[in-house]
Design a protein around this ligand. Structure first.
Ligand code: FAD
Ligand code: NDP
Length: 645
């Protein structure tokens, strides 16, 4: 809901009103009737070409085939963790530290990838880095004693760190890779989960179906794991090399994940489709190497300053990592700005551009402000957020004018949406690229491309001839299926009496205790966007969840309880508490489409009350991370595993 021009905050200036109108106009241009259906996931594509693009470029089949498989048909393990990215690793480590797992041998990790790392395994495009400070983002820095080399680590360093954690906690031989989990089914007789997966053995080898059992299943299968491409007429007919950024093809570009000198592009005209967070990081590397780069833009990203620098070991040792517990403190300190709730006088420990984005609290929550779900209260709340964001938004637009010399290009690069509608981008060199003679912006003014041909991309009957086409077109939204962990991961989750999680979640909406477990699905835990904490640093969310789950399971062990299940009353109560706070997130309704709004599908004006309720139910905790953590701590202090039966 956009705030009205007569809103009291409109007094803050004419700009406020004009900006709201511009935002609404730009969002309307981009709303499409096909919503999510405008994309196809690579793995679901009918075309062999797209399927091939979705294959794992990094896997070493020979090495993996030579290993004794970590998971064996018919075996029973205590913990099955589905996913071996940072979430899977954090879950495993917290289980070990809490004593819930006696040793790494209790644990098995399953991943479709060929190694640890998740996001950082799959994504290896040039320029890739974490976008929140490494000291807060990288998991388990205290436990590993690792000092990141820069304040925003490269993708390679983030991948190595996953491997470091696995090694240190003796998980290396506890993971089955190239293994896609299809289903997990509660076996009432044995009080165990039965997991079914298929292990890909590589070209020329027969894939192996494996079935095993586990006492606990932990879903760690990520949020942005399913690369998608637009259903653009003619796209697969493009005759040159074409790949998605999540499967970068260095055999085409030259260079490597640690060498951004893309030598094979020296004489190539490269097309880059998309201008999201990936494009912001990849373009400067392409611009350095390619003969020509055409950047095809539907919606410009708002770009903020970065301030990349090497870590000063002395500062790291004496100031950043000086005290036990520093990493959690630093993460919470950082997040407090995103919740627009730093303590008065508090030092801003990270102090980067993120911490200026107070209006990002629109999707992160804020403590103590529960918004009544009436039109006037919501209007007022949304108006405040827009006003809070205005200065930041104008600074981002001013930055474009300052950096980009050509006025027309600068105009096209300005973002006209509030900060909470898309993941903010940070770069010291993206905008500069548009001053280079070999970089060309093809702005589609919100329309997107018209089609593709054998030789290039077409916008409004003009063809742009290309030799190489790179698709930076993102991922299936994690909000799919009202945030259900089954819909998000594509794993069938069948609980008591064979009832699927989808059969529960879709008619009833998200129903959890603390966003981590749900009734009817004993000994099953997950972390995700619904009914739990939201943080700009997603590893904070994962770690809070991992610690809490490990605590619950270790307590159950101590009490000699083998089966834990969220009670109906507990999930109803928590769902009600979440719903009470869900109106906080109303500002998303006016957003330009993107994965946050399921490409506009969550904003359908004709949606029923029931649909809206489900959306509200699927939101995160409306009072921010500190409040969520306090609730978990109080819950623990009560010591009774309240709400679990
Ligand atoms: P992932 O890292 O996505 O790992 C999930 C794993 O589960 C994957 O390896 C996948 O193969 C596996 N999997 C999924 N389904 C199945 C199945 N059915 N069977 C078997 N395996 C399966 N967040 C931030 O906070 N800061 C950042 O800087 C940041 N940068 C990002 C950059 C990119 C390019 C992307 C795509 C995301 C980024 N994110 C960032 C979000 C990022 O995904 C999280 O920070 C974090 O890495 C997620 O960890 P995860 O283990 O939950 O999921
Ligand atoms: P996004 O979904 O953010 O971007 C996809 C891009 O493709 C958008 O610019 C989109 O335009 C464009 N697009 C899609 N279809 C068309 C079309 N038909 N014609 C023209 N353009 C089209 O994907 P990313 O991979 O960039 O990022 C996904 C998420 O991953 C981020 O939001 C972030 O959470 C994470 N990430 C984090 C990074 C980090 O800095 N550490 C780096 C990379 C990703 P439109 O906006 O109009 O839809």
């Amino acid at each position: 809901m956009a705030p009205s021009a007569t809103h009291p905050l409109a007094e803050s200036g004419l700009n406020f009103i004009a900006t709201q109108h511009k935002y609404a106009e730009e969002a309307a241009k981009r709303l499409r009737p096909d919503g999510l259906a405008q994309y196809v996931e690579l793995k679901d594509a009918e075309s062999d070409r797209f399927k091939a693009i979705g294959q794992d470029p990094w896997v070493d089949h020979a090495a993996l085939n030579a290993q004794d498989p970590a998971v064996k048909e018919g075996e029973t393990y205590k913990f099955a963790i589905l996913g071996a990215g940072y979430a899977g690793l954090l879950f495993a480590v917290r289980l070990l530290q809490s004593g819930a797992a006696k040793s790494a041998d209790d644990i098995r990790l399953i991943d479709a990838a060929g190694g640890f790392g998740g996001t950082w395994y799959w994504n290896r495009y040039p320029g890739l880095r974490c976008d929140v400070e490494s000291y807060t983002y990288m998991p388990l820095l205290e436990e590993t004693g690792y000092m990141p080399t820069e304040n925003y680590a490269t993708g390679s360093e983030l991948l190595e760190h996953a491997e470091r954690i696995a090694k240190q906690f003796e998980l290396t031989d506890k993971a089955l890779f190239r293994a896609t989990a299809h289903s997990t089914t509660w076996d009432e007789d044995n009080q165990l989960w039965t997991v079914k997966l298929t292990e890909d053995r590589g070209p020329g080898e027969t894939a192996v179906d494996v079935q095993f059992q586990a006492q606990y299943v932990l879903i760690a299968s990520g949020i942005l794991t399913r690369p998608q491409v637009p259903k653009l007429p003619g796209l697969e007919s493009f005759s040159g090399p074409m790949f998605h950024t999540a499967r970068w093809d260095y055999s085409v570009t030259g260079g490597s994940p640690t060498d951004s000198n893309l030598v094979n592009l020296r004489d190539k005209r490269v097309g880059f489709l998309g201008t999201g967070a990936t494009a912001i990081q990849a373009l400067p590397q392409l611009a350095k190497s390619a003969k020509e780069v055409h950047v095809f833009q539907r919606t410009p990203s708002a770009v903020h300053w970065r301030g990349l620098k090497p870590t000063d070991p002395e500062v790291f040792r004496t100031q950043i990592a000086a005290n036990k517990g520093w990493q959690r403190q630093r993460r919470m300190n950082f997040q407090s700005y995103l919740n627009n709730a730093p303590e008065p006088g508090q030092a801003n420990l990270v102090g980067d551009a993120w911490t200026e984005l107070r209006a990002f609290s629109a999707v992160m929550g804020t403590p103590g402000h529960i918004i009544e779900p009436t039109a006037d209260k919501i209007g007022e709340h949304v108006g405040r957020l827009y006003a809070l964001d205005l200065d930041r938004a104008e600074r981002a637009r001013a930055l474009v004018d300052k950096v980009v010399k050509d006025k027309d290009t600068a105009t096209k690069l300005k973002a006209w949406y509030p900060v909470w509608c898309k993941r903010p981008a940070f770069s010291d060199d993206y905008l500069d690229c548009f001053n280079l003679p070999n970089v060309h912006l093809v702005d589609t003014d919100g329309k997107g491309l018209s089609s593709a041909t054998k030789s290039g991309l077409v916008f409004e009957s003009k063809e742009y001839p290309l030799d190489v086409l790179i698709l930076g077109t993102g991922y299936r939204t994690p909000a799919i299926g009202n945030g259900s962990p089954a819909a998000r991961t594509g794993i069938d989750i069948l609980g008591r009496n064979g009832r699927s999680l989808e059969d529960k979640w879709q008619p009833q909406g998200a129903s959890t205790l603390h966003g981590l477990g749900t009734n009817g699905f004993p000994n099953l835990f997950f972390v995700g966007p619904s009914q739990g904490a939201s943080a700009a640093n997603y590893v904070l969310v994962l770690d809070i969840g991992a610690e809490h789950m490990a605590y619950i399971i270790s307590e159950a062990n101590r009490k000699n309880k083998k089966v834990l299940e969220v009670s109906v009353e507990a999930e109803q109560e928590w769902t009600m508490e979440c719903l009470k706070r869900a109106a906080w997130f109303s500002a998303v309704a006016g957003c330009t489409p993107g994965y946050i709004t399921s490409e506009g599908e969550t904003m359908k004006p004709d949606s029923s009350v029931e649909e809206r309720m489900k959306l509200a139910q699927a939101a995160g905790w409306g009072e921010g991370v500190a409040s969520y953590v306090k609730i978990l701590e109080d819950w623990k202090a009560a010591g009774e595993l309240q709400g679990y039966v």
